[in-house]
Design a protein around this ligand. Structure first.
Ligand SMILES: CC(C)(COP(=O)(O)OP(=O)(O)OC[C@H]1O[C@@H](n2cnc3c(N)ncnc32)[C@H](O)[C@@H]1OP(=O)(O)O)[C@@H](O)C(=O)NCCC(=O)NCCS
Length: 176
């Protein structure tokens, strides 16, 4: 378990699937900017059993062990990416920013990578604020759809001061 000040990150186990199925079938949980994919418990089980080994899902838990959301890391192509969701009643309390910071620190410490990315809808202000607070910088807007790609590099706090230069650099690293 990864322990933070207000939240912990606990690795998801197969027996947690019923709760995850309920959350992931709930329109409110995903919010208005993320696709909603309805899946039965059996389909969710199959999904879990076929998750690639580089993908890992964690619960975001409060200090009293109450589960309030999920955060995951996975490979998008060859690039390490994170994604997160919080139950509506626990949003706006700083929990996701703390969880995302912990996840990024964990990835930099445990994986052979200096770069972590995330995608947000251009209208998703809450998620964009989370990423900014953690030290991500906008890299580019997707050619199709309304998605922004964000990148956090090891030691990103210093680098985020020169966002413009970074955006150009990452655009070239990603496309050329
Ligand atoms: C995105 C999400 C995970 C953010 O979680 P959270 O715990 O509410 O985030 P935090 O409390 O850490 O807030 C981060 C910042 O966003 C701000 N914020 C929160 N909700 C906001 C909103 N609806 N609009 C604008 N800003 C918002 C907070 O004020 C905070 O900024 P501050 O520290 O300057 O005050 C949560 O809103 C959520 O689960 N949304 C639905 C799923 C989703 O969109 N996931 C991300 C997919 S990319």
């Amino acid at each position: 378990m990864l322990e933070g000040k207000n939240v912990n990150l606990r690795v998801f186990e197969k027996e947690d699937l019923p709760l995850l199925t309920d959350w992931y079938n709930d329109l409110e949980f995903f919010g208005e900017f993320v696709w909603l994919l309805q899946k039965s418990r059996m389909e969710r089980e199959k999904w879990y059993d076929t998750l690639p080994s580089d993908a890992k899902l964690f619960f975001i838990e409060k200090k009293n062990s109450k589960k309030i959301g999920t955060i995951a890391h996975f490979l998008e192509g060859t690039l390490l990416e994170i994604g997160y969701f919080l139950v509506p009643s626990e949003r706006g309390k700083g929990y996701c920013s703390e969880a995302a910071k912990m996840m990024v620190d964990y990835l930099f410490l445990s994986k052979d990578t200096v770069r972590v990315q995330a995608h947000t809808d251009v209208r998703n202000e809450a998620s964009q604020k989370v990423l900014e607070k953690v030290g991500f910088a906008r890299a580019r807007i997707a050619k199709v759809g309304m998605r922004i790609c964000w990148v956090c590099v090891f030691g990103g706090k210093v680098l985020s001061k020169c966002n413009k230069l970074l955006s150009i650099l990452f655009f070239h690293l990603t496309f050329y």
